[in-house]
Each structure stands twice: as structure tokens, then as C-alpha cells.
Write a protein that binds this ligand. Structure first.
Ligand SMILES: Nc1ncnc2c1ncn2[C@@H]1O[C@H](COP(=O)(O)OP(=O)(O)OP(=O)(O)O)[C@@H](O)[C@H]1O
Ligand SMILES: [Mg+2]
Length: 408
């Protein structure tokens, strides 16, 4: 039997014949192709911050020229099954873990062990990306926690808090604030806090302008250690003591931190018999917002003139929205008809919320020059009596709040 009859017998067993049989050579002349780098795209890359990065999409810088594994090469192949496939030579990077690049690697003779898809350097880059992602997530969580803590309502101090405010400047807020601090002295302490960068309250209360008391660190957050003794047994916290970082920085900080003042007062461990009185800058400021947030009572000081009246148009609603808002007219000059008329207009506007009219008394402004506070010391002055009466109204309002359980 020769080879031809063997083939004929073999094919006959399968119902075929040897007529169409063609002997082919068992060696193939392979065509030499130019080297082709096969680049596997590894996904889009987003912003440097990695906002949209995913586990499956490393940055563009990490794209590498890698050899395609057989399955990938087959999937990407333009050739149909059974079609003759030209050998493809691929570039393998020098640091590839697999065998050295072969100049004669062919598609028809796949390696028994496919070359690794990812290099060790890619793995370490991916690890870096994962670490970065985790640290970004941690930072985001911390920021969220901080934001939440800053905006969650803080427990209020049990002390009575009174904010002295005004729609315009120069009406006598600081003067009235200092005088009321003396008039409100009762069972507990009266603490006068200056929230105005002008830092003038300390002069009205004779607390001087020394640096903070010995032992108080500049970074001290607990205001209790920064209090100074003022006139009529008051305690004074000057603006410079609460703002070691400077007015601009403090304003920016408290704009974001809605309950800064409430928290600061909470740390002072005040009692229900204590009174806190706040001096504020004129108009709508971050200090005013903080004061309105924490105050049990708001006292708006105005002068009997057109300027105060017109300024109320811009800010009056903000004051009136507060649950306990009352008005004091200051520097009332009874000798002037216009002043009297303006007082009538203001009475109509404020109604029962008007709790006092303090007369103009030049001894008040002159006394400041000599360290004498007429409103606190001169019992013969009608202005002194008016301040006492206003203090009494505030005390009785505070007592009724306490009875009604409005105050903490
Ligand atoms: N009843 C009064 N009679 C006379 N002068 C007064 C009276 N009240 C305040 N003054 C004087 O008016 C001036 C302004 O007062 P003060 O500084 O208290 O106003 P203010 O509203 O706090 O001003 P600012 O908005 O600048 O903080 C001061 O010279 C003060 O002595
Ligand atoms: Mg003032």
C-alpha cells in the first residue's frame, strides 16, 4: 500500500473520495511585516483632581504600549474565522514581566503562557490612584462633618443675651450699651462684649486698652479668661480680644460659621442670672447676623431724624423679624420742633416697641473725654433715669421670657 491508497481508504471511510485531495506543503513562507505597536486603550482620563476617575480608568499618562493577550487580539481582529491570518509582530516593553520580545512571534503559534497585560509600573500607578481617591474621599467626609457641625444649631447660653443694634452709625449704640451694662447689674454678672471693630466699648466702660490679662494666650478660645473689669462691676470683652486674627479674617470666618457667637458664649459657662450685652457695628454686617442669632432681646437705637428713619427702610424688617425687638430713641432734643415731630413719627412706627427716649445731653459726649460716664454715674441727669427705666423694661421682659420657658 502506498500513501495515495492509504489516503483514498481513509477518505472512503468518511464517504469521500480522494479526487479533490490536494497535498500542501508543511512549511509556509511567512511575510515579514513592519513592526506594529498594538496599543490597548485603557480608558478616558479626566481632570487632574480625579473627580471622574473610576477604578477601571487610570490616567492617560498611564497608557502603555502593551502586548495584547490572544483573546483581546482575536476579539479585535478584522479577520473572519478560517481566514488566513497574517502574523503580527508586537512591541513588548522592556520591563514586561514576560519573555523578551520575539521578532518572530506569530498569531498561528500562540505562547503557552500569554504575556502579562499590565506592567508592574502600571500596578504601582494604579495603587497611587487608589490611594489618592481614598484620601480625597476622606477629605470630603471631613469637610462634610465640619460643615454640619458649623451649621447645626448650638445649645444657647442660659444667660440673658441683649444685642444693641442700629440701622445707621453714630446714633449712640456704644454709649447706650455701656450705660445699660451698668443698669442691668443684678444677681449675676453683666458681660459687655464688643462686636464692633472700632473697639470703643472698653473706653465707655473704663476698661482701658491694655493687652489681654496675664496668662491669657492669644489663641485662647475661651473668652472667660479674656474678660476685664469695667465700671459698675461689669466685665468687658474688647473687640481686639475676640479677634486676634484681625477684623477681615474674623468676618470671613463668621460668615461661614453661623453659630460662632452662640458657641463662644456657650463655652463661657455662664449662669441663668448672668447677662450678656453685645455692642455691634451699624447696619447689616456678619456681626449683626451673629448677634441676632443668639440674642434673647434686641434693642434698636435710632435718633429722631430723617437719616435713621430712612435707614430703617433697608433693615427694619430684619430687626422686626426677631421675636423680641424694642426701640430706643436717643439724643432727643426737646427744644427743637423738628425733633419733636420726628419723635411722633417714630412713636407711630414703633408703637409699644418703643421702650425709651434718651434726651440729648452734651455732658455725655464731653464726659467720655474725661473718663466720666454720665449715663452711669450722674443720677441727677434725666438721661441716667431714662437708662434705668429702659433697664427695668428689659429685666421684666427677660423674667417673663424665663417664666414662659423661652430662654434656655
Ligand atoms: N444722649 C446723648 N446725648 C449727647 N451725646 C450723645 C448721646 N448719646 C451718644 N452721644 C454721643 O454721640 C456720639 C456717638 O455715640 P456712639 O459712639 O455711642 O454711637 P454709635 O452708634 O456707637 O456709633 P458707631 O455706629 O460709630 O458705632 C458720641 O460722641 C457720644 O458721646
Ligand atoms: Mg459704636
Amino acid at each position: 500500500m502506498n500513501i495515495a491508497s492509504d489516503i483514498s481508504n481513509l477518505l472512503g471511510r468518511f464517504g469521500a473520495n480522494a479526487n479533490g485531495y490536494l497535498e500542501v506543503e508543511n512549511t509556509i513562507e511567512y511575510k515579514e511585516l513592519p513592526k506594529t505597536a498594538v496599543v490597548i486603550p485603557v480608558g478616558p482620563v479626566n481632570s487632574p483632581a480625579g473627580v471622574n476617575e473610576t477604578e477601571d480608568s487610570p490616567p492617560a499618562a498611564e497608557k502603555e504600549t502593551v502586548s495584547a493577550p490572544p483573546s483581546v487580539a482575536a476579539a479585535n481582529s478584522p479577520h473572519s474565522a478560517g481566514e488566513r491570518v497574517e502574523p503580527v509582530i508586537v512591541d513588548l516593553p522592556a520591563d514586561t514581566d514576560g519573555a523578551a520580545p520575539s521578532a518572530t512571534a506569530t498569531a498561528t503559534a500562540p505562547d503557552p503562557v500569554p504575556p502579562p497585560v499590565f506592567s508592574s509600573s502600571l500596578r504601582s500607578l494604579l495603587a497611587e490612584v487608589a490611594l489618592k481617591r481614598e484620601s480625597q474621599a476622606r477629605a470630603q467626609n471631613e469637610e462634610t462633618a465640619l460643615h454640619t457641625s458649623l451649621n447645626v444649631a448650638q445649645p444657647l447660653t442660659p444667660a440673658q443675651v441683649i444685642a444693641i443694634v442700629s440701622p445707621k452709625g453714630g446714633v449712640g449704640k456704644t454709649t447706650i450699651c455701656a450705660a445699660l451694662a451698668g443698669a442691668l447689674h443684678g444677681k449675676g454678672r453683666v458681660i459687655a462684649i464688643d462686636l464692633d471693630p472700632q473697639n470703643a466699648l472698653q473706653y465707655h466702660l473704663g476698661a482701658g486698652s491694655d493687652a489681654a490679662p496675664a496668662g491669657a494666650a492669644l489663641t485662647e478660645e475661651r473668652w472667660s479668661s479674656l474678660l476685664r473689669s469695667g465700671a459698675a462691676g461689669t466685665c468687658v470683652l474688647s473687640y481686639e480680644a475676640i479677634s486676634e486674627e484681625g477684623p477681615r479674617a474674623l468676618e470671613q470666618r463668621i460668615q461661614k460659621d453661623r453659630h460662632w457667637l452662640s458657641r463662644q458664649l456657650g463655652r463661657m459657662n455662664l449662669g441663668a442670672d448672668d447677662v450678656v450685652i453685645l455692642d455691634t457695628p451699624a447696619g447689616r454686617t456678619p456681626y449683626l447676623e451673629q448677634a441676632l442669632d443668639v440674642a434673647d432681646q434686641v434693642v434698636v437705637v435710632v435718633t429722631p431724624d430723617a437719616a435713621s428713619f430712612l435707614a430703617l427702610d433697608h433693615i427694619g424688617d430684619l430687626f422686626d423679624q426677631h421675636g423680641d425687638c424694642s426701640y430706643v430713641v436717643n439724643q432727643f432734643d426737646a427744644s427743637r420742633t423738628f425733633c419733636q415731630d420726628m419723635l411722633e413719627v417714630l412713636k407711630r412706627r414703633f408703637g409699644s416697641k418703643l421702650i425709651g427716649v434718651v434726651p440729648l445731653d452734651h455732658a455725655i459726649s464731653e464726659g467720655l473725654a474725661y473718663g466720666v460716664n454720665t449715663l452711669m454715674e450722674n443720677r441727677k441727669s434725666p438721661a441716667w433715669h431714662e437708662i434705668q427705666a429702659i433697664g427695668d423694661v428689659l429685666k421684666s421682659e427677660s423674667e417673663s421670657h424665663a417664666l414662659a420657658g423661652i430662654r434656655a
